[in-house]
Design a binder for this molecule. Structure first.
Ligand SMILES: Cc1ncc(COP(=O)(O)O)c(C=O)c1O
Length: 379
């Protein structure tokens, strides 16, 4: 007998809003995976992976692109190619490369991280801040700052979008100061759809770009790192070194190609996030207005709130000390409405309890619920 499949969302199962990575491959993806034309991509090139890489390079406006199993590996490959041991690199505070990649930027790529405050709005740094941080050549004992690593959308800032002119201004300032520029575009598709612009308009001035197919696009696996032809040749060597060379990867690339076909669908996720945030505000939670599909809620008791949501049947994750909820393709507007009903008002204590009149057994949703506990994630 087949084991029962965990349900992502339904009127009776938990509504899973931990991340936009929790989606299951669609029927069309699975069919494309089954039918994919493949070959050994370590010995040569897998044709479906190559098709994906060429398409991604076209979308991003780069010479070429290379499939990687994860976004973390794509970022690491870029940083390894840009940094020499002991070089300093700049990134907006809270960037994934600073906070959620186990320090690989330092201990594998050799970079000394320097977080920059968001002086140009949430998730964004200004050209002036980059110029100041890049500095000039100092005394012989000072670090060389050689790289700026941007992130669009910025996950920890709540999926905030950097517009083409803002991005180009910061990238130009970095280049003028002699820095190379890497763009962590794990959710660059989300930014492009939110702005209604082609993704390539958001990569101007970047030497390398990393994008993910498993976040919002619904593919089960995969990212790409893109840049010049020379960079991609070197990236292929680094990927192999890191154990990321796969053989018949076309099976995975096929799902990513289908994911790219449905990129415009991300607008629905952004709309669901706005609906969710508005409903939360009506219930007294201090959720802002999301620019994409990430809803952050600052709360006094993070663990307690995550537990309360899970007990009520809404799975959330933590991000930068806040509760994070992320609508995705596998949740409907009805699921969002159900999630709001389950979460309820910020202070759920019934009046009788507040007056100290409640008897034993009243008031705890925990005791009533059998829902799965949340896991802390930072995807
Ligand atoms: C902004 C950002 N960059 C990189 C990554 C890493 O991607 P992966 O989980 O595929 O390693 C993530 C994951 O969520 C992310 O949000």
């Amino acid at each position: 007998m087949r084991p029962a499949r965990a349900r992502r969302s339904s009127s009776d199962g938990p509504v899973d809003l931990r991340s936009d990575t929790v989606t299951r491959p669609t029927k069309r993806m699975r069919e494309a995976m089954a039918a994919a034309e493949v070959d050994d991509d370590v010995l040569g090139h897998d044709p479906t992976m190559r098709e994906l890489e060429t398409r991604v390079a076209g979308l991003l406006g780069t010479d070429d692109a290379l499939w990687t199993p994860t976004g973390s590996m794509g970022n690491l490959i870029a940083l390894m190619s840009h940094l020499r041991r002991g070089d300093c690199f700049l990134a907006p505070a809270g960037a994934h490369v600073l906070e959620a990649e186990l320090g690989t930027a330092a201990w594998l790529a050799g970079g000394m991280p320097r977080p920059l405050p968001h002086d140009a709005g949430p998730g964004k740094v200004s050209p002036g801040a980059v110029r100041r941080a890049a500095g000039g050549a100092g005394p012989y004992y000072t670090m060389r700052t050689t790289l700026l690593c941007l992130e669009n959308t910025h996950n920890a800032a709540g999926g905030t979008v950097t517009a083409p002119d803002e991005h180009a201004g910061v990238a130009a300032a970095a280049r003028a100061a002699g820095l190379r520029v890497h763009l962590d575009g794990a959710r660059l598709w989300h930014a492009a759809v939110a702005l209604g612009v082609p993704p390539a308009t958001l990569t101007v001035g970047a030497d390398t770009v990393q994008v993910c197919f498993s976040k919002g696009l619904g593919a089960p696996v995969g990212s790409a790192v893109a840049g010049s032809t020379e960079f991609v040749q070197e990236a292929r060597r680094l990927r192999k070194m890191l154990g990321g060379g796969v053989r018949q990867g076309g099976v995975l690339a096929a799902a990513a190609l289908v994911g790219l076909d449905r990129m415009e669908r991300l607008a629905d996720d952004h709309a669901k996030a706005r609906l969710l945030a508005a409903g939360l505000r009506e219930r007294g939670w201090s959720a802002g207005i999301p620019e994409t599909n990430i809803v952050l809620i600052p709360v006094a008791d993070l663990d307690g709130t995550l537990r309360r949501f899970a007990d009520a049947g809404v799975l959330a994750s933590s991000m930068d000390g806040k509760v994070r909820l992320m609508p995705h393709a596998d949740v409907s507007e009805a699921d969002i409405a159900a999630a709001l009903d389950r979460i309820g008002p910020v202070d759920p204590t019934p009046t009788v309890e507040r007056m100290g009149l409640a008897g034993p057994g009243l008031g705890s949703s925990t005791r009533r619920s059998g829902h799965t506990p949340v896991r802390r994630t930072r995807r």
